[in-house]
Every structure is written in C-alpha cells, then in structure tokens.
Design a protein around this ligand. Structure first.
Ligand SMILES: *Cc1c(COP(=O)(O)O)cnc(C)c1O
Length: 386
C-alpha cells in the first residue's frame, strides 16, 4: 500500500508529538467542494468544531465559505479568521446568554434553534438589543444514519433538534415572538456517513415537511441539510478527497426545493480530516504475552477518537522501510482505553521512529486535552517547511 508523503527529513529534529496539516491537500479539497457547490448554487458553511486552528480557518475563509459555529468562541474565531458574519450560522442545544448576545451584536446570518425556551430567550435578548434575530428550526427528522451510535444525531432519542410532533406548537410560539424571524429549516443526521441512501432518506423527509409547511402557507427561505459526509479512514492515500460530487448529486436529485429557496450544507470532517496527521515518536517496543506493543509519545490526549468512538486511524511508520510487523499501538496515558490500534501492521519499528496517525485533521487537535498535565500538541503546516 502507498504511504503518505511527508517532509520527513524536516520532521526529524522537531519536538514530538505534533499535528501536521497538508495545506496543499486542504486547498485541493476546498476547490473540489467549491466546484460542486457552485454548480448548484449551494452555500457551504464549514463546521468549525471539526478543526478550529486559526490558520486552517483562515485558508477556508479565503475560499469564500461560510461557517457553522456551536459556541460563542467559535463565532469569535470564525470572525477573526475572516468569515463574514453574514455567512455564520450558530447551532447547539445549549446556547448561553452571552453567546446569544455576542452573535446578535455581530449580526450573524442565522441561529439554528432547537427548543421553545431557547427561541423565547433569543427573542428576549434580541428585544433588548433592538434587533430581529433570524432563526432556523433544527428539526429532528427521525432518520437513522449508518454510523457509530455516538455520532448519530437525527433519531428521536437524541437530545438534538425539535421533534416533528412538536413542530406545529413551535411554529405557533415563533409567530408570537416580535423579535424573531423564521428564515429556515435545519437538519443534521450525524457524522461519518458514507451511505448515500441516508442522505436520500433525509431529503425525502424534508420534502414531506416542506409539503406540510406549504399547506400551512408558511414560507421558508433557507433549507440547511447539515453536514455528515464521511471520509475513507482505511485508505487515505488512495482517497484523499471525499466524493463531494456524489454527495451533492444525491441531495440535489432528491430534495425538492421551492422556488427561491436557498440550499445550505455544513461539511466539517469531509473538508479537513484527510489533510491532518498526528506525528508521534516510538518510545519503546515492549514484548507482551500475546503481542508486541509499540508505545508512542502521543496518546488519547492528542487524539481521542480511537478511545472515544473506537475510531480507526491508519498508522504509518514514516522512518522505516523494513518488513511489516504487527503491533498494538498505544499511548502513554494512564487509561486502558489509550490504545490507537490493535494488531496494526506497520514497518518494523524501533525506538525513535516517527509514525503518522493519518486522517486526523477533523476532531483531532480540537479535542486535545491536558489530562496527565500534558501540553497541547504543537502544529505545523506545509508552508512552515518551505
Ligand atoms: C458537527 C456538525 C456538523 C459537521 O459534521 P461533519 O460530520 O463533521 O461534517 C454540521 N452541522 C452540525 C449542526 C453539527 O453539529
């Protein structure tokens, strides 16, 4: 199998672990997405929570995309990176008052709302600022996504969204709020979705809801189908850029938009995952009773996805061309779940070798913690080595 291309000789003297972002790949990915969205006049809002590194945000903002934020600080980071407020949407089940106020002060495009009390508070805070808040209703479409149950969000049992059975009641409440304007419907069914039929089911459900809205003579300007497109964690080298074309074709073919409706998407992982790798050093090779352990100087504090969601990340020994050998590849953290991979084949490893944990650009650096008082990982971009 092909290995990733890294400026390995420039990595040798750096302190590990660190994140490396291939910005050439990031830009190619953004171009590919832009090509598809512009064909269909779709507005894409990058989901900042996937990777909020300021330089990464800057590159994405420069390409003209909007931002999907889930906290006040994400809005701040998006504005600082150059995303225009007019393209910022604000989601989340628990928006704090200061976050709502901050979003109102900055005149963001839209609040994606998930409950009646939230809508009432936004109305109250908007009234105090003498503003009209534009909102979209995040509807729980009760559509299942074929992904890990921790990252499905669109079924009735999840905390996310407004249940369909409550929609009528919510719309009645919205109508009574003088400082709220309903401008859209918002959906998001989960993450790392590779089964295009899941998106097709979402579109079918949206069509039904749209029909009901039409019957009630409610005019909705924006339809936001959220994010969730998955990437190929098994073969990052063969598939570095997600298939945005198929994804957008499924949506545009199955979603019935009303005249003058604007379609929005919120891709996160699919934009940034493949451009990032966590680079770590092999500290020790330890002979276990059944397996060999390769113990790295990076662990769940730098990349928690394997411990949190049993996620798979391809690991490559980027300083060895020796025969392939099987290892349990683990971190140094005092937790049994601090395991990156069991029985993973990499080129025979020795102390001091550098390994790359691939496809780590999304939900990697942003989830780093200081558990065990470890420092946050440092970050390098392609341009730092040119
Ligand atoms: C997390 C999230 C996204 C992005 O999801 P990806 O799977 O990274 O594309 C988009 N919209 C909302 C509301 C989210 O919570």
């Amino acid at each position: 199998m092909k290995k990733g291309l890294f400026p390995t000789n420039k990595f040798i003297n750096l302190t590990t672990p660190f994140y490396y972002y291939d910005t050439v790949l990031l830009k190619a990915t953004l171009e590919s997405l832009k090509q598809e969205t512009s064909k269909h006049n779709i507005e894409a809002h990058y989901a900042v929570k996937a990777n909020a590194n300021d330089r990464i945000l800057n590159i994405i903002a420069k390409e003209g995309f909007g931002a999907d934020c889930v906290s006040g600080n994400e809005i701040k980071a998006a504005l600082n990176a150059g995303f225009p407020a007019s393209k910022i949407v604000f989601a989340g089940v628990g928006k704090d008052d200061w976050e709502i106020n901050y979003a109102l002060e900055n005149n963001i495009f839209c609040f994606n709302c998930e409950s009646i009390p939230e809508i009432e508070i936004i109305n109250e805070l908007a009234h105090k600022q003498q503003k009209i808040a534009s909102i979209a209703l995040r509807i729980n479409p009760n559509v299942k996504a074929d992904t890990h149950h921790y990252i499905t969000t669109g079924v009735a049992e999840n905390k996310f969204g407004i249940n369909l059975s409550d929609l009528e009641k919510v719309i009645d409440v919205v109508k009574k709020q003088a400082n709220i304007k309903l401008i859209g419907l918002h959906f998001h069914i989960g993450s790392q979705i590779l089964e295009m039929n899941n998106f097709k089911s979402l579109c079918t459900r949206i069509n039904e809801i749209q029909q009901w809205m039409l019957d009630q003579k409610i005019v909705i300007k924006n339809i936001n189908v959220g994010g969730g497109l998955g990437i190929n964690y098994q073969q990052p080298n063969e598939n570095p850029i997600p298939n945005f074309k198929d994804y957008i074709n499924v949506i545009t073919q199955h979603l019935t938009l009303q005249p003058h409706q604007q379609l929005h998407i919120e891709p996160g992982r699919s934009i940034v995952a493949q451009c990032g790798s966590l680079i770590a050093k092999v500290l020790y090779i330890k002979e276990g009773t059944h397996t060999k352990f390769a113990i790295l100087n990076a662990g769940m504090t730098e990349l928690i996805r394997p411990a949190l969601y049993q996620a798979y990340h391809l690991i490559e020994n980027i300083t060895s061309e020796e025969e392939m050998e099987k290892y349990d590849i683990v971190g140094p953290i005092c937790e049994s779940s601090d395991v990156f991979a069991k029985g993973m084949e990499i080129n025979r490893a020795k102390r001091g070798d550098l390994v790359a944990l691939r496809s780590a650009g999304a939900y990697g650096e942003v989830m780093a913690s200081r558990y065990n008082l470890r420092p946050y990982p440092t970050v390098y971009l392609t341009e730092d080595f040119q």
